[in-house]
Design a protein around this ligand. Structure first.
Ligand code: FES
Length: 152
């Protein structure tokens, strides 16, 4: 959760060219970049808030929403793609009611897609809170996650 970033800031001088490593360090600590953090970084580096956003939004590595309690990384690499990754992603989205790149309102789940999770021989695979789930089928997805509560 968000805290005081003086510790992190103390490792930097506040130069404009430190913006990316600074954003990376803060995100690593906090999990995402909130508007308050962006403002604090802008003050620290003496760069306009809009410019900090400009840099941060340019790079796919930066997140502006918190991750879910269960963070799912769906591999979209070639090996996974040819073995059905798009269907796996679709099934996860349907099961959990969360779209790729988003976090559920209750902060339980977040889904992200990545270029390769380095387990190509186990394709199609995903990573759930850092643990690889291999050789998936849409059917297996239902067993992996408790279905989100649906309003009837
Ligand atoms: S392509 Fe999916 S793990 Fe490498």
């Amino acid at each position: 959760m968000e805290n005081n970033f003086d510790d992190i800031f103390s490792r930097f001088e506040g130069r404009k060219d430190e913006l990316i490593p600074l954003l990376q360090s803060v995100q690593e600590e906090n999990g995402y970049l909130s508007p308050e953090i962006i403002k604090a970084i802008a003050r620290f580096t003496n760069v306009a808030v809009s410019q900090v956003y400009g840099v941060a939004t340019f790079y796919a590595q930066f997140r502006f929403k918190p991750r879910g309690e269960t963070h799912i990384m769906v591999c979209r690499g070639t090996a996974c793609h040819v073995k059905g990754a798009p269907r796996i992603l679709e099934e996860i989205e349907n099961q959990l009611g969360v779209k790729e790149g988003e976090t559920s309102f209750d902060l339980k789940y977040s889904i992200e897609s990545v270029a390769c999770i380095g387990a190509c021989s186990l394709a199609p695979c995903i990573m759930v809170n850092g643990k690889v789930e291999a050789n998936l089928t849409p059917k297996k997805i239902g067993k992996l996650f408790k279905p989100a509560v649906k309003i009837i």
